[in-house]
Structures are given as structure tokens and as C-alpha cells.
Ligand binder design. Structure first.
Ligand code: ADP
Ligand code: NA
Length: 332
């Protein structure tokens, strides 16, 4: 059996948004409070599976680290790292490229979505992305991975890789990691289109609330968020066929740390014209202190750089022995 250990990551591809915060970052902070080792990663190797301007990538990586800390991750309590600074991630990923099957990768919906119609022109890295993600997790023998719902399929593939590796080499070396997808906002939707998730890469800035948006911008985006003509129901089942209304209620519930039922008991019957300003005020109240702290940390990035260097040293004390043992198992 494996010591409980938590790992998760976010891509430094700019536009850190409310979905990342509620589906991932806020959960990371919850896990940090428990009596378990927690490791959180800026996954820059994942980010370059699609083109990133080098200067933007460096800035986004530091900004993401600032976001981690501003949201409540404590570099003394959690190990905070940038993926490329811990080379064992990429080294184990190569082994996993040789364990995973082409057919498994071809079934990944994120691959199909991101590659689009022109798969022949997508990077090989974009295709292999889930094997690198499996390595990120398993190079720590992590047992719990808090993520948003969009990562469920990749977590299943991580288990498949662990199982196949253990089976092929006749060992019980890699754990079968649990995805942890919980809370009211495991899939925050676009503010402009209730059928799409809020995403860093959406061309429309109005579709998402960025962590660095100021109060006026947040209020304006919520005011313009797409809704239907009906007001809020008083029971969750009244939201079932209304994705935009459900999304706003879920966001409110997650920010309040209340259940959806509790929220509807409080605001059921209100029109959107009344509810949207309440939601905007709540979002500003929760996000403004984080963005203020992010810009303070970004003013002088020596502290961030020092934290990441220290984090990579602590991480490698875990990853180097696990990679060494993996190589031994493989015959290297
Ligand atoms: P993005 O998909 O925005 O590029 P990442 O792939 O870096 O972000 O995902 C980082 C984390 O944020 C993952 O755990 C992912 O599941 C979570 N996440 C991303 N988008 C959303 C969303 N719209 N709602 C909830 N969680 C999300
Ligand atoms: Na994602």
C-alpha cells in the first residue's frame, strides 16, 4: 500500500480563470489543510504542446506561481514546482510512451478537441500529453489528484498506464491513483455559451473571468453573461435543462462554499437582474484580494524564483529514487 500523497497541476498558458480557481486551485488549498503531503505543479512542458511565445511562457509561469501562493498555497506546507525544473517528469514520460497504446491516446476527447480537424498538423506532444500527465502523477506515487471534470478521462488513462506497467513487468510499483472531482464547480461553463467549458484558450475574453480582472470587468462580464428569460427556481431540479442559469448558481455556491440547494433556498425566485449583481459582488470579494497579492508578488519575481528552485530540490528528493527504481525494473 502507498502513503497518501496529493499531486495536481495547471498549465502556465496565460488567462488563469475562475474555472481553474474553483475546479482546481481552491481544492488544492483544501487538500493542503489535510494531513497529507501535497505537491502542486506549473506544467510548462504541457503548455508547449501548443505554441507559446517564450517571453509569455516565462511570465505566465511566474504569474501562475503567484496565483498559487495568492490563493493560499504555502510553499512551506506544499511543494510548489515548475515541471521542467524536475527532469524526472519527462524521463518517466518516455517510459510511459512505451507503455501506453496508440489506440488509448486516439480515444482522448481533449486530443480530439484540441487537434481539431487538422490532426496531421498537431504536435506529437499534444498527442502524447496524457502519458506525460501520468508521469507527473506517478513519479510521486501520488494517490489523490484533485482536478476539474475535464481531466477525468486522463486520470483513467493514468490508471491504465500504472496497471499495464505493473502487469508487464510483474511488479506492484505504481499506485492506482484516484481522481478527486468534487464541489459545486467541477465544470465551470463559458459565460457566453453554456455548452462549452470556461477555458484559457477561448478566443472570447468575455467568456471567462480571469483571476487578474478588476472589479468593473468582473461585474460587466457577469452582467452580460448569457441567461434565459426565466428567473431562478427554488429547487435544483429546476436548473436541469438550463445550463447558463445552472452555471451561475454553481459558481455562486462554490464561491460561498454552500450547497446548490442552500443557495436556491436563499435566492430562489429572484430575477437575473437582481442575482447577477449579487454574484458579481461575491466574485469581486473573493477574487480581488488574490489578484492584489498576485500583482505584489509579480513586482519582484526573485521570491517566486527562489520558491520554485527550493520546490524542485524538495521534489527531486522524491522523484529521483522513484525514477531510479523504475529504470531498475525496466532493466536500465
Ligand atoms: P485550461 O483547461 O483552462 O487550459 P488546465 O488544462 O491547465 O486549464 O487545467 C488546470 C486545472 O483546472 C485542471 O484541474 C482542470 O480540470 C481545471 N479546469 C480547467 N477548466 C475548468 C473549468 N472550466 N471548470 C472547472 N475546472 C476547470
Ligand atoms: Na484542461
Amino acid at each position: 500500500s502507498f502513503t497518501p500523497r496529493v499531486f495536481s497541476g495547471i498549465q502556465p498558458s496565460g488567462n488563469l480563470h475562475l474555472g481553474n480557481y474553483l475546479g482546481a486551485l481552491k481544492r488544492f488549498v483544501d487538500w493542503q489543510a489535510k494531513d497529507m503531503e501535497t505537491i502542486y505543479c506549473m506544467v510548462d512542458l504541457h503548455a508547449i504542446t501548443v505554441w507559446q511565445d517564450p517571453k509569455d511562457l516565462q511570465k505566465s509561469t511566474r504569474e501562475l506561481c503567484a496565483g498559487f501562493i495568492a490563493a493560499g498555497l504555502d510553499p512551506e506546507k506544499s511543494i510548489l514546482i515548475n515541471q521542467s525544473q524536475v527532469p524526472e517528469h519527462a524521463q518517466l514520460a518516455w517510459i510511459f510512451n512505451c507503455v501506453a497504446r496508440m489506440g488509448w491516446m486516439q480515444r482522448m476527447t481533449q486530443w480530439k478537441d484540441k487537434a481539431g480537424k487538422n490532426q496531421q498538423n498537431a504536435s506529437l506532444g499534444l498527442f502524447a500529453y496524457p502519458a506525460l500527465m501520468a508521469a507527473d502523477i506517478l513519479v510521486y506515487h501520488a494517490t489523490h489528484v484533485p482536478v476539474g471534470e475535464d481531466q477525468k478521462q486522463h486520470l483513467e488513462l493514468t490508471r491504465d498506464i500504472a496497471i499495464k506497467f505493473n502487469h508487464d513487468y510483474g511488479v506492484d510499483f505504481f499506485p492506482e491513483t484516484q481522481p478527486v472531482i468534487e464541489g459545486a464547480a467541477t465544470r465551470v461553463m463559458s459565460l457566453r455559451d453554456g455548452s462549452k467549458k470556461m477555458s484559457k484558450s477561448d478566443a472570447s475574453d468575455a467568456s471567462r473571468i480571469n483571476m487578474t480582472d478588476d472589479a468593473d470587468t468582473i461585474a460587466k462580464k457577469i452582467r452580460k453573461a448569457k441567461t434565459d428569460p426565466d428567473g431562478l427556481p427554488s429547487e435544483a431540479k429546476g436548473l436541469e435543462e438550463r445550463p447558463e442559469a445552472r452555471n451561475l448558481v454553481n459558481i455562486y455556491a462554490a464561491l460561498m462554499e454552500h450547497s446548490v440547494d442552500q443557495v436556491l433556498a436563499d435566492v430562489g425566485g429572484k430575477q437575473f437582474s437582481e442575482f447577477k449583481p449579487m454574484l458579481a459582488e461575491l466574485a469581486v470579494e473573493k477574487l480581488a484580494p488574490i489578484s492584489t497579492e498576485m500583482s505584489r508578488l509579480m513586482d519582484d519575481h526573485t521570491e517566486i524564483d527562489r520558491i520554485l528552485t527550493r520546490g524542485s530540490q524538495r521534489a527531486r528528493a522524491i522523484t529521483a529514487p522513484i525514477l531510479r527504481q523504475t529504470y531498475d525494473i525496466v532493466g536500465m
